[in-house]
Structure formats: C-alpha cells, structure tokens
Write a protein that binds this ligand. Structure first.
Ligand code: FES
Length: 110
C-alpha cells in the first residue's frame, strides 16, 4: 500500500511550470498542466549536470510523451517514466502524485 504524503495546496503549484518540493529528504520536481489535468513528479536531480535543477526546466512533449528538458545541457526526460530521451542508460526516479481535495500528495514508495 502506498503512503501518500501531503505536499502543498494545488494553488501553490505553477501552471505549466515546475516547482521543487522536499519529500522524505529527496528533492522532487513537480509539474502541473491543468489544461490536460495532468500532474507529474520526477527526481529533481539532473544526472548530466549533477545538480538539482529539473524543476526549472521547460516542459513540453516529444511524440506525445510529456517531458521536461534540463535547463543545463538540455537533455529531455519523460515525465511518465523518467527515461532520458538522449541516453537510454539514464533514467530518473519518478513518483506517484495525485490531487485530493485540492491538496497535492506524493508517494515515494513503489
Ligand atoms: S532546492 Fe528546489 S530547486 Fe534547488
């Protein structure tokens, strides 16, 4: 059973942009696309630049797959799987995230 952790209010999120949250000691980048009713959570760490910056990346999609591009070296990561589009050996952790009663909740367990 997953443990849901309350993060913030939906109104604390920025539409079509990223925010960073500290969850269980991990930095998580949260992206909210209200038009698509979509919300994603991915490890904030950029494995190429070796800094926590993905929450400041630009979002979009590649062939229909929602993604964030690193603000540093511009690698793209799938927001659904964490997979890097440019390097198949690199995959970021992603987390289950949901909106319940206008609160944002994350689960860091499987
Ligand atoms: S602590 Fe949030 S981006 Fe660095």
């Amino acid at each position: 059973m997953s443990k849901w952790i309350d993060i913030c209010a939906v109104t604390d999120l920025q539409a079509d942009s990223g925010v960073c949250a500290l969850v269980d000691g991990k930095q998580v980048a949260i992206f909210y696309m209200p038009k698509n009713n979509a919300i994603y959570a991915i490890d904030n760490y950029d494995p190429f630049g070796k800094v926590h910056v993905l929450s400041r990346g630009l979002i979009g999609d590649i062939k229909g797959e929602p993604m964030v591009s690193s603000p540093l070296y511009k690698q793209h990561f799938s927001l659904k799987t964490g997979q890097c589009f440019e390097d198949e050996t690199v995959k970021n952790d992603i987390y289950a995230i949901r909106i319940e009663n206008d609160r944002v909740e994350i689960s860091t367990e499987g």
